[in-house]
Each structure stands twice: as C-alpha cells, then as structure tokens.
Design a protein around this ligand. Structure first.
Ligand code: 5GP
Ligand code: ZN
Length: 119
C-alpha cells in the first residue's frame, strides 16, 4: 500500500529508529535530521515518515503531507537561523539527477556557495 514502510529503505529505518540519526525536528508525520555527508554548513533532510519514492509521488498521493514537509523545511531554516542569509531546497528526483535514497526527502542547504545558481 502507498506510504507503507519498506524493509530495504534507509530512511524508513531512520524513521523507525533502527538506524541512528541526528534529529533536528520531529512532528507526527515528518522527521528532520542532519545529512550524514553534509555538503554545506547547514545540510538537513526533511522526510515524511510514510514511504514514498520521491517528492512528486508524495505530492500526488498526499498533497497535505507534501505541504507539511515543505513547511517543516522552512522551520528547519528558522531553527538554523539561515532565513535571512538564504537557503536552498533541493529534491533530487531519479538516479540521473543524483537521487540515491528512494524515500522522498528535501535537502535544506545553507551557509555557503548558494550564489552559484544552478537555475
Ligand atoms: P539524495 O542523493 O537521494 O538526494 O540524498 C540522499 C542523502 O541522504 C545524501 O545526501 C546522503 O548523504 C544522505 N544519507 C544517506 N544515508 C544516510 C544515513 O544513513 N543517515 C543520514 N543522516 N543521511 C544519509
Ligand atoms: Zn522509506
């Protein structure tokens, strides 16, 4: 069923507490934790606790939850005090775009190099 935990998914294991993570925020339906391989001084991942393979599938199946993930990303930026300096939200989608974990997540990135625009 859509949204069910997947046995082979690293983020489902983090959500379940089977793999440790450095948690920065948690709500009933979302979790935010620090990326294990940070690319910037602030690099936090926000995930829905339910498993969807990518952001578009999440938004398609549960638009409210997708909105909550985005709102939580904004709250992470507030907590990290990077709203004024600016931050970037990235949803890699598909292995060709660098997605390596197929559980929807948004990267919250801040603290350096953001002037190098990709788009
Ligand atoms: P993607 O490349 O799929 O957009 O992003 C996946 C991210 O998850 C990568 O930046 C990677 O460093 C991070 N990651 C992979 N495994 C773990 C883990 O076990 N713990 C944490 N905290 N981050 C992870
Ligand atoms: Zn998962």
């Amino acid at each position: 069923m859509a949204g069910e935990a997947q046995a082979d998914c690293v983020f489902c294991k983090i959500v379940a507490g089977d793999i440790p993570s450095t948690k920065v925020r948690e709500t009933e339906h979302t979790l935010a934790f620090r990326d294990i391989n940070p690319q910037m001084p602030t690099h936090v991942l926000v995930v829905p606790k339910a498993h969807y393979p990518d952001a578009a599938s999440l938004a398609d199946a549960d638009p409210g939850l997708a909105g909550t993930v985005l709102a939580e990303a904004g709250r992470v930026a507030e907590d990290e005090k990077v709203v004024d300096s600016g931050y970037r939200l990235i949803f890699n989608t598909g292995s060709g775009a660098g997605q390596t974990v197929f559980h929807a997540h948004v990267h919250v990135l801040a603290g350096g190099g953001l002037h190098e625009k990709l788009v």
